[in-house]
Design a protein around this ligand. Sequence first.
Ligand SMILES: *[C@@H]1O[C@H](CO)[C@@H](O)[C@H](O)[C@H]1NC(C)=O
Ligand SMILES: *[C@@H]1O[C@H](CO)[C@@H](O)[C@H](O)[C@H]1NC(C)=O
Ligand SMILES: *[C@@H]1O[C@H](CO)[C@@H](O)[C@H](O)[C@H]1NC(C)=O
Ligand SMILES: *[C@@H]1O[C@H](CO)[C@@H](O)[C@H](O)[C@H]1NC(C)=O
Length: 364
Amino acid sequence: MSPAKPETRKGCVRAPHFDILWLPRAAIKSVEGDPSDCVVVVGVSRPKMALTVLTIMLLSLFLTFHLIYDSALYSLHAKNVEHPRPPILLLSRRLYPSAASRLPQAIIMGVRKCGTRALLEMLYLHPMIQKAAGEVHFFDRDDNYYKGLEWYRMQMPRSYPGQITIEKSPSYFVTPEVPERIRAMNASVKLLLIVREPVTRAISDYTQLRANAATASPSMSTSPTKSFEQLALFSNGSINEAYRPLAISLYHNYMHRWLEVFPREQILIVNGDLLIEDPVSQLQKIERFLGLEPRISTENFYFNETKGFYCLRNETSDRCLRETKGRKHPRVDALVVSRLRKYYGEHNQRFYELVGEDLGWPEE
Ligand SMILES: *[C@@H]1O[C@H](CO)[C@@H](O)[C@H](O)[C@H]1NC(C)=O
Ligand SMILES: *[C@@H]1O[C@H](CO)[C@@H](O)[C@H](O)[C@H]1NC(C)=O
Ligand SMILES: *[C@@H]1O[C@H](CO)[C@@H](O)[C@H](O)[C@H]1NC(C)=O
Ligand SMILES: *[C@@H]1O[C@H](CO)[C@@H](O)[C@H](O)[C@H]1NC(C)=O
């Protein structure tokens, strides 16, 4: 440390905004008890410039801390320690391109009216799951499919590496082109098929269609709507196999197409009736299938006596599924139910054989 050299200042053509001078200790009498022999004196020659510089310094300090804060949050996400959902923070979109929309690694492919929405919402309790909003209908609707995979990807929620993106579109199950189209996207994608007892599903389907018709034309709602029995059976008593709600419950008719394209172990059959009665055991099975660590437990559910089914609970909120999802089914003639169950008996056996699992549905 040498004393200040006056020639340094003089040699400078433009006056610097800051002058740093090393003065011998003796030059400043007021500083006492300091063992060093030099002190720094900072002089400001242009207050406006100094203010600008100070502002810039403060700004960059703020940005640095923001960056540190953001990346700390991000590493928490990555380790799945705390909040795994993307942080809604200023700049995080630009700073972390790793949070991005990704093609789904798992798809709930059906079946309609078997609890696909409930299944997706329950899976979303897991911090490593991201769900697409609504039903994407990419593989089953040609107008969407021809928009291409990039369009499909853009419909997906933002996720972090390691998280699993899931979408559900129940009509995938019954649409012939879909299995091959999904395979073309990702041959190792994991597929979830949720099924219910076929007659229960058919009645639920009928209930939904009737409700949709009433909403579509409220003026018509006074006109008598056909009962389930009238639609399911012809007047001569034989079963109307072509009636859509009955046809969709013939699961084996659609399942075989999927098994021609995907190995059996890539498809998980979820029992929709059990998902209602005992959601946790079904969800634990799915966590294993998706290779996720077990995170969903009985703590995530509570039974609502009024509704008669389980509601969902996460760290921040309680939630029951939409009212329409628990729509009351019409009372269907027990004889008709029994006839239909007998009819499905043989079809159910074919489904069990295809998937190598007996779901134990009643046959009368
Ligand atoms: C395909 O799906 C598998 C299984 O979910 C996943 O691990 C893999 O990352 C996916 N590949 C692409 C390219 O998305
Ligand atoms: C019952 O009626 C339907 C439609 O009218 C017909 O297709 C079917 O063959 C009839 N079944 C019997 C057993 O007559
Ligand atoms: C249970 O369901 C009823 C009927 O939908 C609702 O009014 C009530 O708030 C629910 N209770 C809880 C604790 O979720
Ligand atoms: C909890 O559930 C609510 C409602 O679905 C959702 O908005 C919220 O993001 C969830 N919280 C966490 C931490 O996942």
